[in-house]
Design a protein around this ligand. Structure first.
Ligand SMILES: [Zn+2]
Length: 395
């Protein structure tokens, strides 16, 4: 693994308060657990007689470098259950750099002039599948925008966080050099701004996401560990434990959890090795504990939880990303309403096909749609002035 100032111990004084390795946990005293139901215009039609208006809550889980075809093949039980009960779909990232070397480590810094100089950047389209590897995005060009970015973690998570593509949020590689997070804040920060009564929480094992503000300091709770400093399995384990405890107790209205070991293993060994299988199943087990924690909440009967799971990019078979192959550009979104038995969720009309996995199909869900979807589930409409690329998914 390369030594990496982005993910290493480099200290940013402005962020020291959120990077305490001893506790890692910073709570905003102004962000208190909700003590009772709050009217949500989107929820007024759904009422539980014992609890009054149902309170919507959203959990977004990100698993770095998770290849969807491997997810389908390996059948991790919890993710497979969400797909069967909920809805899912894939799309192609509208960017990638063919000429630049592939990223070998999730934290590798790519010099900006290299990352930004590619001449084959994909043109923003509808995300329809391309027919061969190393082919830029095909499909109708809707706006003429050309996005120059590597299929790296920085651009991917920034797109998930902000709801806009790299040409707007400014992150084209893992250096975060020209980020525009002040103009395009993350969706948890937007939730706080739109509805100060909502509680938000985010948990990461990749410290760069907090250091550079992809998920910003206004989030009510940020639990930040450094996978490079304490190893990724350890960081993910502690992040998962903190998130599980938080979901069981406070249970913020909007929570984001990042897990990184899948990407780390794929970089080292590729996504077809037993270690990748093990990493995926470990993360799947963490997700299962999150769902158990939610279902065990004493207030669960008065809450309506939706779980979204996504990734930032894929990997080539040999391991690595940054380029334009289908394997690197394919990403997914899974969405499921969390009923007590994980069954019976009504998330749209089922599309039963030959590769049917049980759930409904999302039509080309994009990374930029994740944030707007989470906000819409909380009854927050996007302000056109925000200039977002993403739109709420029908989940
Ligand atoms: Zn990544």
């Amino acid at each position: 693994m390369t030594s990496d100032p982005v993910k290493g111990q480099a200290s940013n004084p402005a962020n020291d308060s959120v990077r305490d390795p001893a506790s890692g946990l910073v709570r905003d005293p102004a962000s208190n657990p909700a003590s009772g139901p709050v009217r949500n215009p989107a929820s007024d039609s759904v009422r539980d007689p014992a609890w009054g208006p149902v309170r919507d809550k959203v959990l977004v889980v990100g698993m770095d470098g998770l290849r969807f075809d491997r997810l389908v093949a390996l059948e991790p039980p919890v993710l497979s259950g969400l797909m069967a009960a909920g809805a899912y779909g894939t799309s192609l990232l509208p960017y990638g750099e063919a000429a630049a070397p592939r990223t070998e480590s999730p934290g590798e810094i790519v010099p900006e002039d290299t990352a930004a100089s590619g001449e084959d950047a994909a043109t923003l389209g509808e995300g329809s599948p391309a027919s061969s590897e190393d082919t830029a995005a095909s499909g109708e060009v809707s706006s003429g925008r050309v996005i120059r970015s590597r299929t790296d973690s920085g651009p991917g998570w920034s797109s998930i966080a902000t709801g806009v593509w790299p040409d707007r949020h400014g992150v084209v590689d893992n250096a975060f050099t020209h980020h525009q997070f002040a103009k395009y804040p993350d969706f948890l920060t937007r939730a706080n701004a739109a509805r100060p009564d909502l509680t938000t929480a985010a948990f990461f094992s990749w410290a760069a996401l907090a250091e550079h503000g992809a998920f910003g300091p206004a989030i009510g709770t940020r639990f930040v560990l450094d996978g490079y400093a304490i190893t990724w399995p350890t960081a993910d384990k502690q992040v998962a434990a903190a998130a599980e405890n938080h979901l069981a107790s406070t249970g913020a209205d909007l929570t984001f959890v990042y897990l990184g070991e899948t990407d780390e293993v794929a970089h080292d060994l590729g996504p077809h090795c037993p270690d990748y299988t093990a990493a995926l199943h470990t993360q799947d087990a963490y997700l299962g504990r999150f769902l158990d924690a939610i279902r065990g909440r004493p207030t669960f009967a008065g809450e309506r939880w939706t779980v979204l799971v996504t990734t930032d990019h894929g990997h080539v078979d040999e391991g690595g990303h940054g380029g334009t192959s289908i394997e690197e550009r394919t990403v997914f979104v899974i969405a499921a309403r969390l009923s007590a038995d994980l069954g019976g969720a009504d998330l749209g009309s089922a599309d039963v096909g030959s590769a049917d996995l049980g759930g409904a199909r999302l039509a080309g869900p994009r990374l930029v749609d994740v944030g707007p979807t989470a906000l819409a589930l909380l009854g927050i409409e996007s302000d056109p002035a925000c200039d977002l690329d993403g739109v709420p998914l029908e989940v």
